[in-house]
Design a protein around this ligand. Structure first.
Ligand code: SF4
Length: 176
């Protein structure tokens, strides 16, 4: 599987983020171009790899994100988007409308869900709207970055939004 970084920009500032240094320096010029996306997909097509992942920062911030998913599906690639689930109303509406045009098996999401205490009310509302729309195609991701942590809220989300019954675990450790 190929990981493709769409942007270094992000909507959050997670305490364990390994990309923070880059995000602070990023600007619009760091958005992946169409030419580069097509080059990468051509390359993996030749190699027979048919699964790509869109990462960031927050990949859905890329202005062409929705079209990138559409394009990869048209090339018979399965795309996984690693997201915080925090999208603008406009971007979410665009994704809901557009992704109806492609088979549901051609894309899915991994949502990195922080503890609700780390999110504002507005962020939580956006995440829940995203999960309402795409819950059945979403797997949660959780990062352990502290000795004292709880995961109970993840199970609540899985039940409430009918998410995939699978949790992707990450372990963040201090940079020496
Ligand atoms: S969502 Fe990901 S890229 Fe954004 S701040 Fe959190 S860990 Fe970093």
């Amino acid at each position: 599987m190929a990981n493709i970084l769409l942007t270094e920009k992000c909507v959050r500032s997670c305490p364990y983020c390994f990309a923070k240094k880059h995000m602070d320096l990023s600007d619009d010029s760091t958005f992946l171009s169409w030419e580069d996306l097509i080059y990468i997909i051509d390359l993996f097509d030749i190699q027979g790899t048919k699964h790509i992942s869109f990462l960031g920062g927050e990949p859905t911030l890329h202005p062409e994100y929705v079209d990138f998913v559409l394009y990869s599906a048209a090339r018979n690639f399965h795309s996984t988007t690693f997201t915080s689930g925090i999208m603008s109303v406009k971007k979410l509406e665009e994704a809901v409308k557009t992704f109806k045009k492609i088979p549901s098996e051609s894309f899915n999401f991994v949502c990195n869900l922080n503890h609700p205490d780390l999110s504002s009310k507005e962020e939580t509302e956006k995440i829940e709207k995203f999960l309402t729309e795409f819950g059945q195609q979403t797997t949660l991701s959780f990062n352990i970055f502290d000795i004292d942590f709880t995961m109970e809220y993840l199970f609540d989300y899985i039940e409430r939004f009918n998410l995939q019954r699978h949790i992707r675990m990450g372990l963040a450790h201090p940079v020496v």
